[in-house]
Design a protein around this ligand. Structure first.
Ligand SMILES: Nc1nc2c(ncn2[C@@H]2O[C@H](COP(=O)(O)OP(=O)(O)OP(=O)(O)O)[C@@H](O)[C@H]2O)c(=O)[nH]1
Ligand SMILES: [Mg+2]
Length: 193
């Protein structure tokens, strides 16, 4: 997809705030600091549209981005950040669960994992959650620029096995630094529109 326009529409915490339009929507999921917001910026060729940070916990709300006036990306707060109180974690859980299980416009979830390391328990839980609700899932293994190309396939295999990836679920090696995997990721997203 050639992105010609992209803008933040709203930062939402509850369903009444979700944009009330029937456009295909793709939401991000993944550990805190794994690179969800960076993925959005790379896909949209925008440097600072989705706010990123080297510290985990940057994204706190469901941030809706309108792209080419025809689809939405939704940036989602990450999971697995230790320095979060029980109360905050529970509130996060409710916000995410409500969104993922009720949003009819949601076409697929882009699950971002770190290609360098095996997926965490939380990653596996998120993947199984999506399977349970029959939400299509596109796995993006990011930060590929941080390991030598010769090791990519080996790491990809570990990712596939740890998640116990189902037949038909796609995985793409990605880098928000170099743009590796960007065209492939767009082609997959477009196949769900
Ligand atoms: N080298 C490299 N760094 C990356 C890549 N993607 C993200 N980063 C860095 O990782 C850090 C976290 O990126 P974010 O995009 O803010 O991560 P996030 O998943 O949105 O984090 P939360 O909003 O806290 O859940 C930043 O310092 C990014 O520059 C990548 O592909 N390669
Ligand atoms: Mg973020």
């Amino acid at each position: 997809m050639k992105v010609t326009s992209s803008d933040i529409v709203i930062s939402a915490v509850k369903p009444e705030q979700y944009p009330d339009v029937d456009l295909p929507e793709f939401a991000l999921a993944g550990r805190s600091n794994v690179g969800k917001s960076s993925f959005i910026n790379k896909m949209l060729n925008r440097k600072g549209l989705a706010r990123i940070s080297s510290k985990p916990g940057k994204t706190q709300t469901l941030n809706f981005f309108l792209i080419n006036e025809i689809l939405h990306f939704v940036d989602v707060p990450g999971y697995g950040y230790a320095k979060v109180s029980k109360t905050e974690r529970a509130a996060w859980g409710r916000m995410i669960e409500t969104y993922f299980t009720t949003r009819e416009q949601l076409r697929a979830v882009v699950l971002i994992v770190d290609l360098r390391h095996p997926p965490t328990e939380d990653d596996v839980m998120m993947y199984n959650f999506l399977k349970h609700y029959e939400i299509p899932c596109i796995v993006i293994a990011t930060k590929a620029d941080k390991i030598p190309k010769g090791k990519w396939q080996k790491h990809l295999k570990v990712t596939r096995q740890t998640l116990n990836l189902e037949e038909g679920d796609h995985m793409v090696i990605f880098s928000s630094e170099t743009g590796e995997g960007k065209d492939k990721a767009w082609a997959l997203l477009e196949s769900y529109m």
